[in-house]
Design a protein around this ligand. Structure first.
Ligand SMILES: Nc1nc2c(ncn2[C@@H]2O[C@H](COP(=O)(O)OP(=O)(O)OP(=O)(O)O)[C@@H](O)[C@H]2O)c(=O)[nH]1
Ligand SMILES: [Mg+2]
Length: 496
């Protein structure tokens, strides 16, 4: 991995420490120390069978660097005689480069209380050249020391944030399997090969019994194939990003149709204010759910209608904006009357639904007569027959709500499940971050220039292949890393 020498030097000059587990009350708390002088921290670890503090450093430091847990008293080297130890627990030590960060690492596994954590941190702070770590600094060092690439680091951040099964699996694939990195590196190698072939023709011309034309044709064939793969990768529904951030569902419709009541039914609590007055909801209100193991963020929005009320107008604008950003629209209407929904339908027709799923729901089925019920059932059948999703429900008495939730869960799963794009591990193909999307897009742009049909000097083609390869290298962090490091590692907590 190519990383600027200055970055590496800066990363390894100091020894850092931090609590790696959650702060506060817990059975066990792990405090991690990493850096060139990390073994100095063993001064705080005293073997339980010896009572003489002076004997600790020399005996334990030589023998204890094998990653095994050893039972120790944690002591403050400056403590007065007769003081009890700071804590007792286990200490483990790893030597560079065979550690998480690639540096010397010492871990203290003590009791999880605020007081023991603070006492140990204070004692570590008295050691020369030691300082408290910043957020993400351990992971950053691991990256700088070549222990993981940026996609794995991002996967680690995702894993620490994972709330659902789908998020956990996706994060593990990134951080443990490295499948995404392998794919990007394979494509990058292919681009470098194209550049090299162009350059070979430039350097050796036609002498080496290779015809420039043949090489050029071969390179263009490879480039075109790769461009198609990349395009498919980019065009595939943003499944990876959706699993990571949660599928966005917006409940939209005319005022008073029961949008807030539906949100409350989904949440299983009174999250939103419900009232008989049209125009009750003004702001967007969000709740988080887990459906089929996927994270789902449901938004309740203001009822859409023409209005002179300035505040309501802002609410309507926000509702439409939310509809535009959503992955799934729940278009709610009043089963007892179609009239109020016309303005909402007109406004919503301006929202581009490409790539979105729309579930049409008629609410308030408890107040309709049998004829109307039959009419709505026929409309539901019609929509279903055309491959759409529709439901008739009553948020008031709960009729049909479970079926609606099942439909929503199915739609969410369909959006997040494997979409067969290419290759045998489709999940690796999901673009998980906009940072990747940006670089992949510039890769495709450069590749398109490199592989254009018009006669172009080979030098220019070679240069564009190199630019395309560089864009991919930025995703894994093997090129131009300095400017992206803060972006990638700022999401970590302290201690990681
Ligand atoms: N009969 C009946 N009334 C309902 C049902 N769902 C909601 N309501 C009533 O309809 C009224 C409006 O409900 P809300 O949930 O506030 O409707 P809304 O779409 O959020 O309204 P706005 O926020 O004003 O756009 C309230 O009086 C609810 O009690 C239902 O299934 N049946
Ligand atoms: Mg409302």
């Amino acid at each position: 991995m190519r990383v600027g020498a200055s970055a590496r030097a800066r990363a390894t000059a100091e020894t850092i420490y931090a609590v790696a587990t959650a702060r506060g009350r817990a059975g066990v708390s792990v405090t991690r120390v990493s850096g060139p002088n990390a073994l100095e921290a063993l001064r705080l670890a005293r073997a339980m069978e010896t009572s003489s503090p002076s004997s600790t450093a020399s005996t334990s430091r030589a023998n204890d660097v094998d990653g095994r847990l050893r039972y120790r008293a944690f002591v403050d080297p400056n403590a007065r005689a007769g003081e009890p130890p700071l804590d007792v627990g286990f200490v483990a030590t790893w030597r560079a480069p065979r550690s998480f960060t690639g540096e010397d690492v010492v871990e203290f596994h003590g009791h999880g209380s605020v007081a023991t954590q603070r006492a140990l941190l204070d004692a570590l702070g008295t050691i020369d050249g030691f300082r408290h770590a910043e957020a993400g600094e351990f992971a950053r060092r691991a990256f700088l020391n070549g222990k993981m690439d940026l996609t794995a680091a991002e996967g680690l951040a995702d894993l620490l944030d994972a709330e659902t099964e789908a998020q956990r699996r996706q994060a593990m694939r990134l951080t443990a399997n490295g499948t995404q990195r392998a794919m990007y590196e394979r494509w990058r190698d292919e681009l470098m090969t194209c550049a090299a072939h162009c350059e070979a023709v430039i350097d050796f011309g036609e002498e080496e019994d290779v015809s420039g034309d043949v090489v050029e044709r071969d390179v263009l064939t490879r480039a075109t194939a790769l461009r198609e793969t990349l395009r498919k990768h980019l065009d595939a529904p943003a499944r990876g990003e959706m699993i990571r951030r949660g599928v966005r569902v917006a409940i939209v419709g005319a005022p008073n149709v029961g949008k807030s009541s539906m949100l409350n039914a989904l949440a299983g609590r009174d999250a939103a204010i419900v009232s008989p007055r049209a125009g009750t909801t003004r702001d967007v209100l969000e709740i988080s759910l887990e459906l089929n193991g996927y994270k789902v963020i449901v938004s309740d929005t203001a009822g859409i209608r023409e209005t002179d009320d300035d505040v309501e107008k802002m609410g309507v604008a926000r509702a439409l904006e939310r509809a535009r950003d959503a992955d799934v629209l729940v278009a709610l209407a009043d089963a007892s009357s179609d009239a109020s929904s016309d303005a909402a339908r007109d406004a919503l027709s301006t929202v581009d639904v490409t790539g979105k799923d729309v579930i049409t729901v008629w609410n308030k089925s408890d107040v309709i007569d049998a004829a109307r019920a039959r009419e709505l059932d026929a409309r539901v059948d019609d929509i279903t027959r055309r491959g759409g999703d529709a439901r008739v429900v009553s948020a008031r008495d709960g009729r049909g709500v479970d079926d609606f939730i099942a439909t929503l869960a199915r739609v969410v799963a369909r959006k997040c499940e494997r979409t067969s794009v290419e290759g045998d591990d489709d999940d690796a193909l999901a673009v998980t971050r906009s940072r990747h999307r940006v670089n992949l897009t510039s890769c495709v742009a450069a590749l398109e220039r490199a592989a254009r049909r018009a006669p172009v000097p080979l030098e220019l083609r070679a240069e564009d292949f190199r630019l395309a390869a560089r864009a991919l290298a930025r995703v894994t962090g093997s090129y131009d890393v300095e400017d992206v490091l803060d972006v990638v590692f700022r999401d970590f907590c302290v201690g990681k």
